[in-house]
Design a protein around this ligand. Structure first.
Ligand code: ZN
Length: 355
């Protein structure tokens, strides 16, 4: 079995949603559930050894637009969120992450050493990520606090606008060049993340925002859960120019299992064959090289191919890649080592004198 460290999941959102309905998030994760995609037993069954676990404040009013007869759709951006309730929700999700760690249900990892130790001992290696910084104030006091609580990765924006920048809408076909990029506060956020050792994730940001981060950050460029725009022209996917910049920065793309971002017709449909995933992975590997492609499933956040189903089916993708000729060395990079290289860099583990 090829242990997978995955760049994006929404299990904290699911656990938080169920907690509000009265269920115990620790039992749900540790003992397992039929709901959603990830829990401890299913992760172990599918060799999902760990991943970036998003704190995401939901846009309750977001309604996805129906596709027209050609399959085209354009969902308007979700409305901006107020900071105060967003902060409450983010704190509740961070608390779930910390309580899962305290209960021994997963390990909340702050270094790649933590991740490797957790993987070696068969415990899920979770990394705290924030997807859209509505909970963070422009003075970055909350950033400092979340970092102390274990935050090691963030995307400045989700698919909506906030004080730090502008997100791309869910739309097909659509360029990712849909609006402005970072604000002044967004540039300051990137610089502070570089200083603290927090990974910057470019998923969900406009193309302009992508270039704003590229010219500001001192780190490799990373899109944790995005695919190739040339194959599936949704605004959330990356153009060839963006992919080339990721390669040149020694960065990484985590392949998203979301069927709407994999299929040529842009539809969200669980009856999507693994061939569509392999098509994107082949394209990315061809364009930017095996060292720059990894996985970013979006488990618990998207409609994924039914052949995979949930975390327990994760090895089916690995087996499919093997069957089309990917060797063990390449699969090891794709499954985990590329992510570990990027995290070690973002977390400044290779800098002399760093902790
Ligand atoms: Zn996302």
């Amino acid at each position: 079995m090829q242990a997978v460290f995955d760049g994006h999941n929404d299990v904290l959102l699911r656990l938080w949603t169920h907690m509000r309905e009265g269920s115990d998030p620790i039992a749900e994760f540790a003992e397992g559930t039929a709901a959603g995609h990830i829990d401890g037993p299913r992760a172990r069954a599918g060799g999902l050894a760990g991943g970036l676990c998003a704190i995401y404040v939901p846009s309750g009013d977001l309604v996805f637009a129906d596709p027209d007869f050609r399959g085209h759709y354009a969902t308007p951006l979700a409305a901006p969120l107020e900071r105060s309730p967003s902060l409450d929700i983010a704190l509740e999700m961070a608390a779930i992450a910390l309580r899962l760690d305290r209960a021994g249900a997963w390990r909340l990892c702050r270094s790649t050493r933590d991740i490797r130790r957790a993987m070696d001992s068969g415990i899920f290696a979770a990394v705290m990520h924030i997807e859209g910084c509505e909970a963070i104030d422009p003075d970055l006091a909350a950033l400092e606090t979340f970092h102390a609580a274990g935050l090691r990765s963030l995307g400045p924006v989700w698919s909506r606008n906030n004080v730090f920048g502008h997100g791309v809408p869910f739309a097909y076909p659509m360029t990712p060049d849909t609006g402005p990029g970072l604000t002044e506060a967004g540039f300051a956020l990137v610089r502070e993340c570089n200083r603290l050792g927090i990974l910057i994730d470019l998923a969900h940001i406009t193309e302009k925002g992508f270039w704003d981060v590229a010219k500001t950050t001192d780190q490799p460029l990373v899109a944790s859960h995005s695919n190739a725009h040339a194959l599936t022209p949704v605004a959330r996917n990356l153009t060839d120019r963006q992919l080339d910049a990721i390669r040149e920065s020694n960065g990484l793309v985590g392949v998203n299992y979301a069927t709407a971002m994999l299929r040529a017709d842009g539809r969200s449909d669980a009856a999507t064959p693994l061939e569509d995933m392999i098509r994107h992975i082949d394209y990315l590997v061809e364009r930017i090289g095996i060292d720059h492609v990894a996985l970013g499933s979006d488990f618990d956040g998207a409609t994924i191919p039914e052949e995979i189903g949930d975390a327990a089916g994760n090895q089916k993708l690995i087996a499919a890649l093997k069957s089309v000729g990917y060797g063990d060395a390449d699969l090891t990079k794709l499954a985990r080592e590329n992510w570990l290289r990027i995290l070690a860099s973002a977390w400044r583990e290779n800098v002399a004198g760093a902790a």
